[in-house]
Write a protein that binds this ligand. Structure first.
Ligand code: THU
Length: 139
C-alpha cells in the first residue's frame, strides 16, 4: 500500500465531500463524491451524474478520473469515495476497471462517510487479475 500523508487524506476527503455536494442524483437520490490525488500532487474531484435515461449515469469515481485526464493528468496515487450513510460505499465494478487504468496496483482507494468512518483497499484488492493496457500488447 502506498503511504499517503494524513494531511493529504484530509484534503482528499474535503474535496470528495465537495464533490458529493455537487452530485446530480435525482433518480436514485444516492449522492456520491470522489477525489483523486494526481501523480503531480494535485487533487481533482467528481460527483455522480445521473440521467433520465438511467443507464447513462456516470459514477463519481469515473467522473473524477475523467476530470483529471481533462486537466492533463493520467496517473493518480489515491482515490477517495465519499457518501453520507453509515454503510461505506466501495467503487462499483465498472469504476474498478477504470481505476485500474489510471492507478497502480498498490495505490490506495478509501471509502469515507460523514462520520469519518473509513475503509481502505489497494487497487489490486479491488480488482485482482485485472485486464489492463498491458494485456493489449501481446497480439
Ligand atoms: N454510484 C457512484 O457514483 N459510485 C459508486 O461507486 C457506486 C454508485 C452512483 C451511481 C448512481 O448515480 C448512484 O450511485 C446509485 O447507484
Amino acid at each position: 500500500m502506498l503511504n499517503i500523508e494524513d494531511k493529504t487524506i484530509l484534503a482528499l476527503v474535503d474535496a470528495a465531500k465537495d464533490g458529493f455536494e455537487k452530485a446530480y442524483a435525482p433518480y436514485s437520490n444516492f449522492h456520491v463524491g470522489a477525489a483523486a490525488l494526481t501523480a503531480s500532487g494535485k487533487i481533482v474531484k467528481g460527483c455522480n451524474v445521473e440521467n433520465a435515461s438511467y443507464g447513462l449515469t456516470v459514477c463519481a469515481e469515473r467522473n473524477c478520473l475523467a476530470q483529471g485526464v481533462i486537466g492533463g493528468e493520467q496517473a493518480f496515487s489515491a482515490l477517495v469515495v465519499y457518501t453520507n450513510q453509515e454503510k461505506l460505499t466501495p467503487p462499483c465494478g465498472a469504476c474498478r476497471q477504470v481505476i485500474v487504468e489510471f492507478l497502480a496496483p498498490d495505490a490506495t482507494v478509501i471509502a469515507v462517510n460523514h462520520n469519518n468512518d473509513k475503509q481502505q483497499w489497494t487497487v489490486n484488492e479491488l480488482l485482482p487479475d485485472a485486464f489492463t493496457p498491458k494485456d493489449l500488447l501481446e497480439k
